[in-house]
Ligand binder design. Sequence first.
Ligand code: GLG
Length: 837
Amino acid sequence: GLGEHRAKAERMFSLMDGFLKNDPISLQKDILHHVEYTVARSRFSFDDFEAYQALAHTVRDRLIERWHDTHIYFKRTKPKRLYFLSLEFLMGRSLSNSVINLGIEDQCAEALNQLGFEFEVVAEQEGDAALGNGGLARLSACQMDSLATLDYPAWGYGLRYEYGLFRQIIVDGFQHEKPDYWLNFGNPWEIERIHVTYEVKFYGTVEEVEMNGEKQKVWIPGETVEAVAYDNPIPGYGTRNTINLRLWAAKPSSKFDLEAYNTGDYINSVVNRQNAETISNVLYPDDRSHQGKELRLEQQYFFVSASLQDIMRRFKEEHTNFDELPEKVALHLNDTHPSLSIAEVMRMLVDEEHLGWHKAWDIVCKIFSFTTHTMVTDGEKIPVELLENLLPRHLEILYEINFNFLEEMKKRIGLDYSRLALLSIVEEGAMKSIRMANLAIVCSHTVNGVSKLHLEKLKTKTFKDFYGLYPEKFQCKTNGVSQRRWIVVSNPGLRDLISKWLGTEAWIRDADLLSGLRDHLDNADFHLEWKMVKKVNKMRLAEYIEAMSGVKVSLDAMFDVQVKRIHEYKRQLLNIFGIIHRYNCLKNMDKDSRRKVVPRVCIIGGKAAPGYEIAKKIIKLCHAVAEKINNDTDIGDLLKVVFIPDYNVSVAELVIPGADLSQHLSTAGNEASGTGNMKFLMNGCLLLATADGSTVEIIEEIGEDNLFVFGAKVHEVEKRRQKRLSNLAPLQPAKVPLHFARVLRMVRDGYFGHNDYFKSLCETVEFGFGNDYYLLTSDFGSYLEAQAAADKAFVNQDKWTRMSILSVAGSGRFSSDRTIQDYAESTWKISPCRCPL
Ligand code: GLG
């Protein structure tokens, strides 16, 4: 009975010696224990990497305890749960983040110290988990951190790619891609659940059978792959809550095996097994578009099917009636990538649970919400041909959803066939395909944009027709980033300074408190300490730059940084052209004028998608320009150009705190939000940016005097583009600003070498060729003015420091805690569920 159960539990607990302890001595014991028995090295001799492994396991044990408690608490209290579905999570390193969120950083540092190790050195042994491309994926990671910290009953689901985002190596200025063997040295942050597995089915046929006197469709799949769960605990800060990120790996199913009658059969069955494993093998390296690749579709369905089986199993354990589903489960689609979930839930409810179409549809429409992360109209599409083969039953379901939807629309808007064609989930034409965005919008109760500007464009352009039909669905959830990761982990100096002057660490859970820094805006001591923190971070960065590129940089120079994926719309080319222009100016200056110049270190970093030729040329141009300028002894420290290779989360943690100025140059109307800008803002780095995406809201928050805004506004961009097109035929060199023409000519004529290679790159900004779609020509003048304003402000260090303080003080709104709370309250309708101590 209950008494017996209790006695057993008490005995267990006493055997366990209570919970794991966090004082330095206990931690040391645990570290040594793991050195000896987990890492299997001698306690008397182990190196930094082995110390990292042992500490990671020590921390992992503590995470598991909290994970269990949280899990049990959720099971007992049965709150409405959020499931965050995303094909990408860019977690980076886990050690520092975990010890900070567990509140045991000082104890760990002391424990290591007494064993003869240094925490920072040990933490740097960890490699990045890079299961994602860029902003979207890092946003998911920040949002997981916030979900845990704010005690929401949430789980993330994703894929455990064997190879994350490629490593970028630079040979002779060219990008080369190398596979990311991130699991080769083991991954202490995951828990393999060999018993949590699901079969995922593919191919086959759909047949009609009689069931209880009714005709019913059934899918007879042709192949089975097994999904195995790997759990990654996500600890909250200042709470015991530790939530889960469950990632799926593909394993061949035992059912997959053929009886081997001869050697050939045997060999083939083994080869087939390998094919199954390739499903979750590798992350697609394209940042914004995923178009009609069969393996990609397999990945999506594999992910969706395993996650939903898991979610439904848990729901059925806790509840009996599917009517309760909308009150107990919220499913969030992070972009269109997991949208097949909609068809899958319908299939489960109709074909397996026999709920009947209308009832199932009613439920489905209440559980999904959707966030889109892009400005472009031409979203993700799945060719019908692929679906027909891979998921025949799902295709039927999608057709039926679309049929019903269009019938309803005919009643609402009449037989306006051109409008209906735009709304349709199915795109007719040469390549018949499923429009994933239309599917997600039709079936979700909420459609979120990631900044005010983005939402506006969704309403008036991208999804105008849908907005007309369902205005109430559209909501703005401006992105945010976690101050735990982007200040506390990456900028400990600033963390201490902020806490000292605010007199509290509460801002780590409540970023709005950062506004309190304004109280000390004119305090000379505060200024001094503020500048000191930046100096130390610049030193760290300078050392890294020298180690990576051999370039020695001066700490007195302004560190000017642009780090993000390489894209034409992000206009790294504008930055490089600006650098060339600066170089030209310096060359033409006399000694006296040169003395007044603010020295610059221009730092650029980012990966180009492997198939994106123009982006790769931008990387090469950056290196070519760097080589010319850095070797010009006449210029010296006045201008240095550095490309930082293999930009990733941990490199960002080093670069962002050390930046004075950061550039966000997207042509207005192209960056849905941007999140890098927020990270720089939080680190007291001034922004030089266009009024695009979330920058518009940053301007609102800190005032346009505290950053350098330039370039055409969204409404001007459209006009300029149209003007450009109407002038298409004649080349109009007279209209190209002189400075721009000169810089372009230098690149074109081979001043930096490789003129043949750069030709097509130059053409993207020339009339009659690429027509300068991203408007570098017309924004160049305004860009140079903003740069000049930045130089001028930097000379006045007092003013600069004030701007820097005001940036951090105004960054509270851009915490992912604010974003997540907004989602929880207005989209997911979930409440905090705090695990007691
Ligand atoms: C997108 C957008 C970014 C956005 C990010 C997160 O391009 O502007 O900040 O998602 O919402 N593909 C992306 O990285």
